[in-house]
Design a protein around this ligand. Structure first.
Ligand SMILES: CC(C)(COP(=O)(O)OP(=O)(O)OC[C@H]1O[C@@H](n2cnc3c(N)ncnc32)[C@H](O)[C@@H]1OP(=O)(O)O)[C@@H](O)C(=O)NCCC(=O)NCCS
Length: 216
């Protein structure tokens, strides 16, 4: 197993360290972060070895970007590609408690934490974060840079757009679509399509606040 670099030394990186240790206790894990104050600190024993450019120098390492927000992940991935990091270096991290059926696909740079359930024909894109105990049923599609918080449940054929954010324990009725860059609040029950860039919450989910103009 190649050594691993985690980009962005936050809470998600600590969760990924735990997932990697559970899967492969011997795997070397290093962390990079552009905050100089973090240099020579460590996350559960994984040392912070420098800023983003260290990813380019440690070119035998696989890489996972661990920013909790999908748009920040996209920004950091774009910066890594701009400094010459090969896309083939992005690793997929799956906690060993997760069973991935043969009909399901998970993209590069994506993270699945403990006890995520995938049933059949689920497609997860690149640089997606799926937090613990999320349930993705048949034919769910999760596009690149989306974030699914703990306990989310999606009915069959739900599509989650790029960089959408789905709060803890939110649910979506089968076949609905969450637009790119949209946000579904924690605990929501989504019964119809959620438009691009909007924030909805509640049971049933309805728009809250003014529509946000997000780059999607
Ligand atoms: C939906 C969400 C993004 C809105 O955040 P926000 O833009 O800061 O909104 P505010 O807290 O200012 O709330 C705006 C209004 O929506 C309501 N609201 C916020 N979140 C809500 C939710 N999940 N369900 C129902 N109503 C909600 C507030 O009560 C408030 O109502 P009011 O205008 O009548 O007072 C946020 O509340 C949320 O659910 N985030 C997900 C959190 C999460 O899952 N974190 C996991 C981290 S690992």
């Amino acid at each position: 197993m190649r050594p691993l670099i985690l980009v962005a030394a936050g809470g998600l990186a600590r969760e990924v360290v735990e997932a990697v240790r559970a899967a492969d206790p011997g795997r070397a894990v290093r962390v990079v972060d552009d905050d100089p104050a973090l240099l020579r600190s460590s996350l559960h024993g994984a040392p912070v070895v420098g800023g983003l450019y260290a990813v380019h120098e440690l070119d035998d390492h696989e890489v996972v970007v661990c920013a909790g927000n999908g748009r920040t992940r996209r920004f950091l991935v774009d910066r890594l590609l701009a400094i010459g990091v090969e896309p083939s270096r992005f690793a997929t991290i799956v906690h060993p408690s997760v069973e991935v059926p043969a009909s399901c696909r998970i993209g590069a740079g994506s993270v699945l934490l403990a006890q995520v359930a995938l049933t059949s024909d689920v497609r997860i894109g690149d640089h997606v974060v799926v937090m613990p105990q999320v349930t993705l049923t048949h034919d769910v599609v999760v596009e690149d840079y989306a974030t699914l918080c703990a306990g989310v449940s999606l009915g069959g054929g739900v599509r989650v757009g790029a960089a959408a954010y789905v709060g803890m324990n939110a649910t979506a009725r089968q076949a609905v679509a969450l637009g790119s860059g949209s946000t579904l609040g924690m605990g929501a029950a989504l019964l119809q399509d959620l438009p691009v860039g909007e924030t909805w919450a509640g049971v049933p989910a309805v728009p809250i606040g003014a529509p946000r103009l997000q780059e999607v």
